[in-house]
Design a binder for this molecule. Structure first.
Ligand SMILES: Cc1ncc(C[n+]2csc(CCOP(=O)(O)OP(=O)(O)O)c2C)c(N)n1
Ligand SMILES: [Mg+2]
Length: 342
């Protein structure tokens, strides 16, 4: 099936009034995620970011579009590629940057680093390094929401690579059987680490094509179209809030850079990368907004504001001290101590 045909399967018809923030705000939020990623890359080159780091340049429309469809009280959860997801739910950029640099005041106390960005306060229940591990956790969040009966939903982001992991199938099956309010959003960036997903998967759409096996509709959307993501997630969330059960949404995108900070991504064909760069979501959305009459100057001002914010955040994070060594012993066990183990 061509991807054009696949996009026709998107359930955009019937979407009511747009939800969430106005359009330039979506632009601002995507830019914030991009500039934070670029600053992180730069700081990594300078040796300030320790451990592995996975950025989401190119994926911003998914994090921002989905977050724009959520309410306070809804949950989201994701993979190690989670910086943009936390920021999109409203996490403080400086706390995120301090975490990446392992500094005091980091969003996890400077002890978790890039792969564990979490902000429960903002409804972002964490980034998980084990591929597929968080999908059953999303079911737990959805089950709690169902028991509470508060109409809240969970959005679970995962990569195309997770669809070949048993936990994906177990979680989707359970969510479908129990009609949990969980939206499984696959960020299909065509690669799992250094392997093209198409080389190891027998169907074109690794998430959507598996959905019918669990009684769910196969939904494929353009993951570089921030409004399409927002509207699809809003529509599926409103069904789930009413007891309509889970959905799988496959959002097709492209990872503009390597799998991790350390990956130069030389294994990808040049024409493919060129296509990915041409279709990236931020420049594309700017063209959409300008086409609707938004002044270029207004968008330039948003860019300048975001650039200034990220530069200031990076500078303050760099100057911040590391966490107190004694904090290595806090936040480890739910009862606040590790003493009972020794
Ligand atoms: C269970 C498990 N197997 C292998 C790995 C090593 N690994 C880390 S990321 C990754 C690729 C995942 O690809 P995908 O799910 O498409 O997410 P993306 O990195 O493209 O966002 C692999 C295999 C892991 N972390 N966990
Ligand atoms: Mg992938």
């Amino acid at each position: 099936m061509s991807s054009e045909h696949a996009l026709e399967r998107s359930p955009r018809a019937g979407v009511a009034a747009p939800v969430g923030p106005p359009a330039p705000e979506l632009y601002r939020r995507m830019l914030l995620a991009r500039r934070m990623a670029e600053a992180t890359r730069e700081l990594w080159r300078e040796g300030e970011v320790h451990g592995p780091g996975h950025l989401s340049e190119g994926h911003e429309a998914i994090a921002v579009g989905a977050a724009a469809a959520l309410r306070a009280g809804d949950a989201s959860i994701g993979t190690y590629r989670g910086h943009a997801h936390a920021l999109a739910r409203g996490a403080d950029p400086e706390a995120v940057m301090r975490e990446l640099l392992g500094r005091e005041g980091g969003i996890c106390g400077g002890k978790g680093g890039s792969m564990h960005i979490t902000s429960v306060e903002h409804g972002y229940f964490g980034s998980y390094a084990i591929v597929g591990a968080h999908l059953p956790i999303a079911c737990g969040l959805g089950w709690a929401q169902r028991l509470r009966g508060d109409g809240a939903v969970t959005v679970c982001f995962f990569g195309d690579g997770a669809t070949n992991i048993g936990a994906f199938h177990e979680a989707v099956n359970l969510a479908a059987v129990w009609r949990l309010p969980v939206l499984f959003v696959c960020e299909n960036n065509l690669y799992m680490e250094y392997t093209a997903i198409g080389a190891v998967t027998p169907v074109e759409h690794p998430a959507a094509d598996r959905a019918p096996a669990y009684g769910l509709e196969p939904i494929v959307i353009d993951g570089n179209d921030v409004e399409a993501v927002r509207d699809t997630v809003a529509e599926r969330a409103s069904r789930a809030r009413e007891g309509g059960g889970p959905a799988i949404v496959e959002a097709v995108t492209y990872r503009l850079r390597g799998h991790s900070l350390a990956d130069p991504a030389a294994y990808r064909p040049a024409e493919e990368v060129e296509r990915g760069v041409a279709g990236e979501p931020i420049g594309r959305y700017r063209r959409v907004l300008e086409g609707r009459g938004v002044e270029g100057g207004e968008l330039d001002a948003v860019e300048a504001d975001v650039a200034a914010l990220v530069a200031a955040v990076a500078e303050r994070a760099r100057a911040a001290p590391p966490p107190e060594p004694a904090t290595a012993w806090t936040d480890v066990w739910a009862d606040g101590t590790s003493r009972w183990r020794s």
